[in-house]
Design a protein around this ligand. Structure first.
Ligand code: SF4
Length: 229
């Protein structure tokens, strides 16, 4: 019988350097500085960007939005979707390559992996080697760093919905509420799983955008593909 599915082979990406790689790192830095830094900004004695679901108020710098203002969010989403379609039609997988959180976090997790386990060939050798204290130590350190980074990401995400300074104080006092705890761990776990283990499988099997990308391509779209000649 012919099997329709092949089991996944682990990919060990090589380090690459060049202009597109530099641009990708630039977008990684910009998006992450904004994501991790924004909730700590103050504006008129309150958090500059806070989506307070309990009070049904969204604070975005000087702007305060109420539930009846959701039309603006709808408009923003429509503009974002149309821009995404336009960029994809003109320049291919720009979003995927440079700004998608899956790409950005995979890049960061790969960087940690490379720092701890070494380059591609060292990682392959380590995975093929039998159990040893050295191997255990490297794997332990990598996962500890991944988990710490993932939890920090989950904490920051929740900090957009609960004032982040209060959240930090509650975390230090180990008195977080059940929902805050759940979302920090849930978001952290998703980051750890998607960027550490799932990686390209998220694009292949889970991402809706990947499913309809090809509908936006035409013969002039810039894509990385085989040359039919
Ligand atoms: S296919 Fe989807 S998950 Fe993968 S990089 Fe593109 S947008 Fe992100």
């Amino acid at each position: 019988m012919v099997s329709l599915y092949a089991s996944r082979q682990k990919i060990y990406p090589r380090s690459v350097a060049g202009i597109f790689s530099s641009w990708r790192w630039l977008t990684v830095w910009i998006t992450q500085i904004v994501f991790y830094g924004l909730p700590w900004l103050e504006w008129n004695a309150r958090q500059a960007v806070l989506f307070d679901l309990e009070a049904r108020r969204f604070y975005i710098f000087g702007l305060v939005l109420y539930p009846q203002d959701f039309i603006y969010l709808t408009g923003l989403l429509v503009i974002s979707a149309l821009s995404l379609f336009l960029f994809t039609a003109v320049a291919g997988r720009l979003w995927c390559g440079f700004a998608c959180p899956q790409t950005v976090y995979t890049e960061i997790f790969l960087w940690i992996e490379k720092k701890v386990e070494g380059d591609r060939s060292a990682r392959m050798r380590l995975d093929q080697s039998s159990f040893s204290i050295r191997k255990f130590g490297k794997k332990w350190l990598k996962h500890a760093l991944w988990i710490a980074f993932a939890l920090w990401t989950g904490f920051t995400f929740v900090g957009y919905f609960t004032p982040i300074r209060d959240l930090a104080a509650l975390s230090l006092a180990a008195s977080l509420g059940p929902w805050q705890t759940f979302w920090i761990f849930f978001y952290g776990f998703a980051t750890y799983g998607n960027a550490g283990f799932m990686r390209e499988q998220v694009c292949k099997y889970m991402c809706p955008y990947a499913r309809f990308q090809s509908a936006m391509f035409d013969k002039d779209t810039m894509i990385v593909t085989y040359d039919e000649k």
